[in-house]
Design a protein around this ligand. Structure first.
Ligand code: HEM
Length: 445
């Protein structure tokens, strides 16, 4: 039988785009799955922009394995103002691939060896020292852990003074771009430096850039001695011997901070939530952890199969980023459509991670599913995929493992949130609505 002719233009999708966008912003999980049921494998939807979306594994595969020159750069002015004009978010095609070669290897492999100890210390600093019976929000402690880990292992901050200087600069920076006035101007695509919210944010960003520049100068002086990701990036060279420019390093570090901080907080919160909601899973994990003890080599924790499965299952359910987006630099054939250049295509983990053929009983927390079969990159998408896949995927799964193992082998907790937790949007990310409330019951013996 001859192939059906390609349809030109965009696939169908829900009408009333404003209402539909509000629905998506409130609850992307139910909304996107509902559209997939109604409109099929490929549909058009308004998210931050008009997108052609899919959660069908074969189409996701096509999106994440497309040739390097298939996609261009997202030119939305809001993100550019926050992330800068010199980092990988402003590159596409071969230039993106070339620059990422200098960046990505330093977030994985042997660099991680040295990070385990810092991660354990950060977990104990934040979660230790509480009186028995104290109740607390996991979110608040997890924010401190995630920031400590990035500052120490990625930026190489190694004194209380430099940690404090970074913390206060980051707080002013995040406050600036989180302000409703900033977000409104960005959404309306106003792009004038003199507007007060942009001016204030600009000053906060410059302060952070200055601190990063000082860290770059220190890293350069440390030479081969430096263990941080930043030192390694400073020392790295392209094939022609040229280094990454300081402006690119600064913007890439700012992107790392934004992309790697809140995501780690949310993922750890979900992990602790699910384990305390499902005592059977917690019991099995404790059995796996017990022989290694609380002071185990973090790399030994990283190799434990059930701990790995627990982390994956926590990332599968309610993924922080519900869709990854690419702008077409040239037309693309996808799911029977010929999509024109300029179209935003999106692969949605919110749909894919609940595909009943891949994940039966998809609403349940069942880590064993990751022991029973292996999932391809187009079937499990918490970190995106392809040329833009999250460079922090190894680092953050390692961090989740080390923090969970550190806490669970030392302390006993009770979950105080009753019933199923709601999910709410904070900035671009979906997070557990309560921040996950636990009570410290005492040491684990
Ligand atoms: C559990 C934690 C994390 C999750 C769920 C997560 C998820 C993601 C996702 C979905 C993307 C988009 C990928 C794509 O478009 O294909 C991304 C991008 C990115 N992530 Fe992560 N991330 C996490 C932690 C981290 C950490 C710890 C770092 C760094 C230390 C990091 C650095 C980045 C950067 C720099 C990008 C932008 C890449 C680019 O556009 O070139 N992430 N992340």
């Amino acid at each position: 039988m001859a192939d059906a002719p390609l349809v030109r233009g965009l696939p169908p999708g829900p009408p009333f785009r404003l209402l539909q966008m509000v629905r998506y912003l409130r609850d992307p999980y139910t909304t996107l799955r509902g559209y997939a049921r109604r409109y099929g494998d490929l549909f058009t939807v308004r998210t931050a922009r008009l997108s052609v979306m899919t959660g069908r594994p074969e189409l996701v595969r096509q999106i994440i394995t497309a040739p390097v020159d298939q996609y261009g750069v997202n030119l939305d002015p809001g993100p550019a103002r926050v992330l800068g004009m010199n980092g990988t978010t402003r590159l596409a095609g071969r230039a993106l691939r070339r620059e990422r070669r200098l960046l990505v290897p330093h977030f994985q492999g042997e660099t991680l060896n040295a990070m385990g100890g810092v991660m354990r210390e950060a977990a104990l600093d934040a979660f230790g020292g509480m009186p028995q019976g104290e109740s607390f929000l996991v979110r608040e402690k997890a924010v401190a852990v995630a920031l400590d880990v990035i500052l120490r292992t990625v930026f190489g901050a190694d004194t209380p003074e430099s940690m404090q200087a970074f913390r206060s600069a980051i707080s002013a920076f995040s406050e600036g771009y989180g302000k409703p006035s900033f977000l409104l101007l960005a959404a309306m695509r106003f792009d004038n430096d003199n507007l007060p919210p942009y001016r204030r944010f600009g000053a906060a960003r410059r302060r952070l850039e200055d601190l990063l520049q000082e860290a770059i100068v220190r890293a350069r002086a440390d030479g081969a001695q430096g263990a941080s990701v930043l030192s390694r990036i400073v020392a790295a060279r392209h094939e022609d011997g040229s280094p990454m420019s300081d402006a690119a390093i600064r913007d890439n570090m700012i992107t790392t901070l934004i992309a790697g901080h809140e995501t780690s907080v949310v993922s750890l919160s979900w992990g602790l939530y699910w384990l305390h909601r499902e005592p059977r899973c917690l019991g099995a994990l404790l059995d796996e952890l017990a022989p290694l003890g609380p002071d185990a080599d973090p790399m030994a924790w990283a190799r434990l199969p059930l701990l790995d499965a627990v982390v994956r299952e926590s990332l599968r359910l309610w993924p922080v980023a519900t869709d990854i987006n690419r702008v077409l630099a040239r037309p693309m054939e996808l799911g029977g459509y010929e999509l024109p250049a300029g179209t935003n295509v999106a692969a949605s983990s919110a749909i894919l991670h609940y595909d009943p053929d891949l994940y039966p009983d998809g609403d349940a927390f069942r880590p064993e599913r990751f022991l029973e079969r292996r999932f391809g990159p187009h079937e499990f998408l918490p970190f995106g995929g392809g040329e833009r896949m999250c460079p922090g995927s190894h680092l953050s799964t390692f961090e989740m493992k080390v923090v969970l193992a550190t806490l669970l082998t030392r302390y006993r907790y009770t979950l105080l949130d009753r019933g199923p937790l709601k999910v709410k949007r904070m900035g671009g990310m979906m997070t557990p609505s309560t921040g996950v409330r636990l009570r410290l019951d005492g040491p684990r013996r």
